[in-house]
Design a protein around this ligand. Structure first.
Ligand code: NIG
Ligand code: FE
Length: 414
């Protein structure tokens, strides 16, 4: 089979030891300089110091050679938490927030998530597809090669299934790997405002079985928060999802500490996301259960909140992943370089720790680390060439994406 050779690159990649990288391993990356990488049939078939890779490489089998000119080569980003499937922007709400109104107050008045619910219910499937696809393409241009997308703006069985169909179509019609997540418990819809437990019944008895039968979503998520879903309701929904064979994650302790991160530990969730307000006790429960902390610094930035305690998670051996949370309310960005910049400059991650968070640990948060998230033999050839010498360029070149080329399965697509 034909080989592609990428040489004269400054390769930086986390190393997959079979579990998410935690504690001091979070920042353990391998560097090859000058490094080379071989692609065969879309997979990595050799990586290392250039002289070692070139030794024993049958020159006649190399049908394409790329001189990377000393540029940094890293794995494609995995964005493990987004709400990119939505119908309309909420620009006026942004103005209300910068005018001083809080995110939860806007939601309480029927805006926020609920205004996106109204828009999605009205939107046709093809309109929803076009908008979602264009955001996914923007993510790809910023270096994301694998992305998770949640439902959660339908909040009734038909519209939740509609969102998951749209996400599935985006998965089939773009070069990225797209991972759909069911988030029927994203808000209490207006028709159940006075009877939230009846809505929980609907999720457990009707939506979850329908989602399982549809077969698109493999994860179930819940927004566990004041005025949204309580700890007990979240436990009920996620336990039911687990019984149907789904992996679970939570929006936990984003605004107030309800103990959502601790619940993630109790349920052996793959990740607890946001966790801005998580207590030390909950963090230790996450560590014991091996739950990944998916941190979303662009949300803290957009809501002007304090950042999650990334150093505490790392010092307590909780693996940290990074994601955009891309949504029309609390964090409207598709850019993983922006998120990495915030993580390095405002949460105290080293560029190497942030790289692991945005690639390997994020792949683990989606159950995909066997095929992506780091550059090693046998994994997918999903990688980026940066306009810079090291991953530091991602934080250093503020507000501009240093992603020069994006390769997916060894093909240049950006
Ligand atoms: O992760 N927190 C809940 N859900 C999203 C926001 C969704 C929205 O505002 O539309 C989040 O921040
Ligand atoms: Fe979110």
């Amino acid at each position: 089979m034909m080989l592609k050779l990428f040489r004269n690159a400054r390769i930086v990649t986390p190393k997959d030891e079979g579990s998410p990288a935690a504690g001091k391993n979070q920042g353990n990356v391998i560097r090859y300089d000058p490094g080379a990488l071989i692609v065969k049939g879309g997979r990595i078939a050799g990586i290392g110091e250039e002289h070692a890779v070139l030794e024993g490489l049958p020159a006649e089998e190399v049908h394409m050679e790329v001189d990377c000119k000393g540029r940094c080569l890293i794995p494609g980003f995995v964005d493990p938490h987004t709400h990119m499937c939505f119908a309309r922007l909420r620009e006026a709400e942004f103005d209300m927030r910068i005018g001083g109104m809080s995110y939860l107050d806007i939601l309480r008045q029927g805006g926020g998530i609920l205004s996106s619910v109204e828009a999605v219910r009205r939107e046709s499937e093809s309109g929803l597809y076009r908008g979602t696809r264009s955001r996914v393409v923007t993510a790809l241009e910023h270096g994301t090669t694998t992305v998770e997308i949640k439902s959660g703006y339908g909040l009734d069985t038909d519209n939740e299934l509609k969102m998951l169909r749209v996400i599935d179509r985006v998965a089939r019609q773009t070069p990225l790997d797209v991972v759909p997540t069911f988030l029927g418990a994203h808000a209490i819809p207006p028709e159940y405002a006075d009877t939230p437990d009846t809505f929980v019944d609907l999720i457990v008895n009707e939506m979850l079985p329908a989602v399982r039968d549809q077969g698109i979503a493999k994860h179930c998520d819940v927004f566990c928060e004041d005025g949204v879903f309580t700890i007990d309701q979240s436990r009920r929904i996620l336990s039911a999802a687990k019984q149907l064979g789904m992996a679970v994650k939570l929006h936990a302790d984003e605004i107030r500490d309800l103990g959502g991160a601790g619940l993630a530990g109790e349920l052996n969730a793959v990740s607890a996301d946001h966790v801005l307000a998580a207590s030390d006790e909950s963090i230790d429960k996450m560590a014991r259960a091996g739950v990944i902390a998916t941190l979303l610094p662009a949300t803290a930035y957009c809501l002007r909140k304090p950042y999650a305690r990334a150093r505490t998670f790392i010092s307590r051996d909780v693996p940290v992943a990074l994601a955009t949370d891309c949504n029309p309310g609390s964090s409207y960005t598709e850019s993983m370089p922006f998120v990495i910049g915030l993580a390095v400059l405002n949460m105290g991650l080293s560029p190497a720790e942030a790289l692991t968070a945005a690639t390997l640990n994020a792949a683990y948060a989606l159950g995909l680390a066997r095929r992506t998230g780091s550059l090693e033999d046998g994994k997918n050839a999903d990688f980026l060439l940066l306009n810079g010498e090291s991953p530091s360029i991602l934080a250093y070149h503020a507000g501009v994406s240093p992603v020069r080329h994006v390769y997916k399965l060894g093909e240049k697509i950006v």
